[in-house]
Design a binder for this molecule. Sequence first.
Ligand code: AMP
Ligand code: GLY
Length: 439
Amino acid sequence: MKILIIGNGGREHALAWKIKQSPRVKDVFVAPGNAGTARDAVNVPIAAEDIAGLVKFAKSEKIDLTVVGPEVPLSLGVVDAFESEKLRVFGPSQAAAQLESSKAFCKNLLRQADVPTADFQVFRDPDDAMRFIKGRFPDERDRCPVVVKADGLAAGKGVIVCKRRNDALDAIDRIARHKEFGAAGAQMIIEERLDGQEASVLAITDGRTILPLPPAQDHKPAFDGDTGPNTGGMGAYCPTPMVDDALMAWIEEHVLVPTVHTMKRNRKPFRGVLYAGLMLTPQSGPKVLEYNCRFGDPECQPLLMRLKSDLVDILEAVVDQTLDQIPTPEWDPRPAICVVMASQGYPGDYKKGQPIVGIDAADEMPDVKVFHAGTRLEGDTVFTDGGRVLGVTALGDSISLAKLNAYTAVQKVRWSGSWCRKDISDKALQFIEQQQAAQ
Ligand code: AMP
Ligand code: GLY
């Protein structure tokens, strides 16, 4: 088989690495890819948003299956474009991808499907939004536990978590008056702020059958102890002990099943990866913060490192709508951790083009794989080419051993200004300690 993967991040390198292991696969192309996919597959210089260019390439190369990594091409209708040319493609249609591309669409669907989520209101007019905040919080010194969100895609940045009334009024200004997030801010959501631990529950679905994947936890804030600005994700581990089998069954029944069912009933069947970003609230259990319509980055890296079954069989079963007929996938029982190494300055401005040393030494360690994100290959040298540069991923017999393995590998890799969070997976260790203490 010939496979095309769309995207250029750590997720796409992990997909390429895993798909390449399938005995059924001959060639893996990645458009546009990075230095890691240039080594493990073949890069094609077509941008992930160039839908016409991607369709043309898939036709001329006779690609058997295309896998879409990021949300932007999905929101532009890449799946619809491929399907109308009778090309096989893994991912949701443009209509179904609205679950991620419009937060208002998502929240209304959650309400219709009776899936637990924060209370919310949708606004178009900033004056209405301001009046709502001032009405709910008459004294400006009051606590104001709300979250203000731009409706559309904003690379994870269009979400402003507020403490005081002024934070909320500022957020409305930034989204609706200063148009900081462009067209994504044409509508806004104001919702109740929730507290708790966050978890990522991803499931693969063909629109009828749901295959939940082991739960993971991302680390979105830039710095240790969950401080600093939000990022695309500074590291992830899988499975997280915070979602045990009983909670997973609850999430499947009360979150995944009603969502997939309601999408189907609304004639927007969801096929692909349904990724629930959940807040595990201490008082009222899991609530959906958002849906993504693709693999998480970096959650995909530890997930795929643990998958023992052939990923291509699973992806094809989604395209063929035969997910109910394939054997249950096998997982490595060992946990996996991905530590993101970033450029100095990320998530703000950063320099590109720094030469990286030590990737091969890290890759040679047992149970370690260095997934590339923002990298570029020139000759034999790998240069930085983005904010999140590498996702150093390792397995271990326990979460602590996986962490030790990953950070030992991280220490072998260097470039000018490289940094990472030092506490990826510590929340799991604290959780296990608290549970033991409570017993
Ligand atoms: P989202 O893109 O909607 O997942 O939001 C990005 C991040 O903002 C989440 O990972 C949470 O950390 C935070 N967030 C979003 N919604 C809420 C909420 N209702 N309460 C508290 N934090 C939130
Ligand atoms: N890791 C968060 C995301 O992929 O959106």
